[in-house]
Design a protein around this ligand. Structure first.
Ligand code: F0G
Length: 465
């Protein structure tokens, strides 16, 4: 084990290994597609010493970790200012911690959502807003770890397929780490905000005439031919970084475990990562029980829901994905087995929500003063359903993971307020329930009387529902 000054006295970095989630084989080296060479399943990182903590090992001293992590909040070291690397005892060790590629990610707020709580029918509702990360989505928490390891392993190129947020994040971290980046995105299905980010950070950005799943298929072949590091969430270092969203959440809740955590499901890396974190925290004795982790998908992009309901979690049949929540337009999620494991281990639910339900939930979150992109809003829409089904009880504490910032897709929000989102679509009639949330911009002459009248009229109309 390398000796470095950034560890706290008596707390060693954890020894990590790669293991196949299918056949259990432990691998010393890793292929470029991050799959098991024996059975082609995904790999996960595990920490062999954590299982037997009574022996002289590198397992972290659990009692010392909480104060250590707290104390690092006052440090000016870049890796302590990072809300990911601050928890480095639960991450794979870099040869040199100072070589971490970081943008001060993590450190995202937890908000109470009082009006959403009333609407959903629960007493305690929080949102962990991962959209407040440096590039506006939760992807940054995983990307800092995966990009740091790519750099440590000498890669000059990194690459991903994306619905827009992974690519924005990867491009930023590649630029920061002095690497070049290749982005494959489905043409016409990525919001301008996300596309413009990867351009600004200097990625080679290819819009392919296919969907996300098609981009992923092409990229899997590219990485076999070229020395590029794959930074999709099949890369297990991404998952390790994304675990810290759960660790930071618990720290913010004073280690009081919420009853439920609800997360959107796309490629299913995030559900896998947050679940892994809860299970490891339990294993290390940092928490004494698990929250139920539930995954919500859009009805039009629901392969996990069908996998659980129709095949008992044993088989996933890809679907042709279609939803306005473009971040979730994924029909063949790579990490479905990891997600099923997490659902089973924590006792969480899967649910699907309609396009109109997503849009309504986004407006309701907005009415609590919190902006989010449509994909994040599936969490509130799902919560409402799970409360109706009595899976979630009124007195239970619930945390929604908001995954992306409102400004990722302002065009969507504008279309909604102008009433254009569902015009001429099969959802037009159902969308009538949204009228009370719509606030189209008003074009007026620069006249004080007209403004006063508008104000009075708005007062008469009452507050947004
Ligand atoms: N929310 C947002 C805002 C996302 O961008 C994504 C995924 C998800 C939720 C779903 O997370 O894939 O871990 O289940 N976006 C990917 C991308 C796939 O390419 O940006 P997941």
């Amino acid at each position: 084990m390398i000796d470095h000054p950034i560890s706290a006295p008596g707390i060693e970095p954890s020894l990590s290994r790669l293991r196949c989630i299918g056949c259990g084989a432990v691998h010393a080296t890793v292929e470029q597609d991050f799959r098991c060479p024996d059975c082609l399943d995904l790999l996960e990182i595990f920490y062999p010493d954590w299982q037997n903590r009574t022996m002289q090992t590198t397992a972290p001293d659990s009692a010392a970790l909480k104060p250590l992590w707290q104390q690092r909040k006052t440090s000016r070291l870049a890796i302590d200012e990072s809300g990911v690397w601050r928890f480095r005892e639960l991450l794979p060790a870099l040869h040199d911690w100072n070589a971490a590629t970081t943008l001060c990610e993590g450190n995202t707020p937890v908000y109470e959502l009082p009006s959403c709580a009333r609407i959903a029918g629960v007493k305690q509702l929080y949102a962990k807003h991962q959209g407040m990360n440096p590039t506006g989505s939760f992807k940054d928490t995983g990307m800092t770890v995966a990009a740091s390891f790519a750099r440590q392993n000498g890669y000059r190129w990194v690459a991903c397929a994306s619905t827009g947020n992974t690519s924005a994040s990867m491009a930023a971290y590649a630029a920061r780490g002095g690497m070049r980046s290749l982005v494959l995105i489905p043409e016409g299905k990525v919001s301008w905000g996300k596309l413009s980010q990867s351009l600004d950070y200097g990625a080679v950005t290819c819009q392919l005439r296919t969907d996300f799943d098609g981009c992923m298929r092409v990229l899997n072949e590219v990485v076999k031919r070229m020395p590029v590091c794959l930074l999709n969430s099949v890369n297990p270092y991404r998952i390790e970084g994304q675990k810290t969203g759960a660790i930071e959440l618990l720290e913010q809740l004073d280690w009081q475990v919420p009853d439920h955590v609800i997360v959107p499901g796309g490629n299913l890396g995030n559900a896998s990562a947050l679940g892994k974190a809860f299970l490891e925290l339990l294993e290390l004795g940092l928490i004494s029980r698990l929250p139920k982790l539930s995954v919500i998908q859009a009805e039009g992009a629901n392969p996990l829901v069908r996998c659980i309901r129709e095949h008992g979690g044993k088989k996933l049949i890809p679907v042709q994905a279609e939803t306005m929540a473009t971040a979730l337009r994924i029909g063949n999620p790579a990490s479905w087995r990891k997600a099923v494991r997490v659902l089973e281990a924590t006792g969480g639910a899967v649910e699907q929500v309609s396009e109109v339900e997503i849009v309504q939930a986004k407006a309701e979150i907005g009415a609590d003063g919190i902006g989010s992109e449509p994909a994040s809003a599936v969490t509130l829409a799902g919560l409402k359903k799970l409360v109706k089904q009595r899976f979630i009880k009124i007195q239970e504490t619930v945390v929604l993971i908001l995954t992306g910032h409102l400004l990722k897709d302002p065009e969507f929000t504008l279309k909604f307020h102008r009433g254009d989102l569902f015009r001429g679509t099969e959802h037009e009639r159902e969308a009538a329930v949204l009228a009370s949330h719509q606030r189209a911009p008003i074009i007026l002459d620069p006249n004080v009387d007209v403004i006063v009248k508008t104000l009075e009229q708005a007062e008469k109309n009452g507050p947004a529902k």
